[in-house]
Unconditional design. Structure first.
Length: 217
């Protein structure tokens, strides 16, 4: 789940998120979840924590990617780099940019396009198959100007749940555990199955100049 602040855009803008998906992942394998009915999700999520201050085969370029209307966004999934050629050219990053990121050659790419005009923007939510289900992935690499900088300014809050249905992730002491289970501070029914009602949530805040990479646990 990713949060985007309120904005007013004269034209549609887009965000591209590389995803570590298994080989042969198809367009329909990534599910976009409409959270337009729960715009206060992150505010409610923070209420569960102590109040402290811490720092696949190539696609056919002639065939456009399927576009999903997800609340205030249009969203698409490109199964591989070659399928990025099926995006509107205005939303493509230069091939030289991707050449500087060889680790993403086998990734898929979720593309969120913020619709034109003033928007009371809700969280962007999607579910995707992971190449390595034992890892938790946070898409935090920054590319704002078409150039891959070795370091970037981070200002992120990351959340996760350690589900009792699978192996539990070992977390460092930097992670804070929610004071109670989500049903006590979230409107869980509005999360459409994304949040488990009875599993504590963990949070960490990351800020400052850091190595410009995605985060895996």
């Amino acid at each position: 789940i990713l949060q985007h602040g309120d904005v007013s855009a004269d034209a549609a803008v887009a965000m591209i998120l590389p995803l570590p998906v298994p080989p042969k992942t198809q367009e329909g394998d990534v599910k976009f979840v409409d959270f337009s009915g729960y715009k206060d999700f992150f505010e409610d999520l923070d209420a569960g924590f102590p109040r402290i201050s811490v720092a696949a085969p190539a696609g056919d370029p002639s065939q456009n990617l399927k576009v999903y209307s997800v609340g205030n966004f249009n969203a698409s999934f490109a199964p591989n780099l070659k399928d990025m050629d099926r995006l509107d050219p205005v939303y493509r990053l230069p091939r030289e940019t991707w050449n500087a990121l060889p680790a993403y050659k086998n990734h898929g790419f979720a593309v969120f396009q913020l619709k034109k005009g003033k928007q009371d923007v809700h969280p962007m939510v999607f579910d995707f198959p992971r190449k390595d289900p034992s890892q938790i992935f946070f898409p935090t690499v920054h590319i704002h100007d078409g150039v891959v900088h070795p370091e970037a300014e981070f200002d992120h809050t990351l959340y996760l749940q350690n589900s009792s249905k699978g192996p539990r992730t070992k977390l460092s002491s930097k992670w804070t555990e929610s004071e109670d289970v989500p049903r006590s501070f979230l409107q869980v029914s509005k999360t459409k199955g994304v949040v488990e009602a009875d599993e504590h949530i963990y949070r960490v805040k990351i800020s400052g100049e850091r190595k410009n990479v995605d985060i895996y646990l």
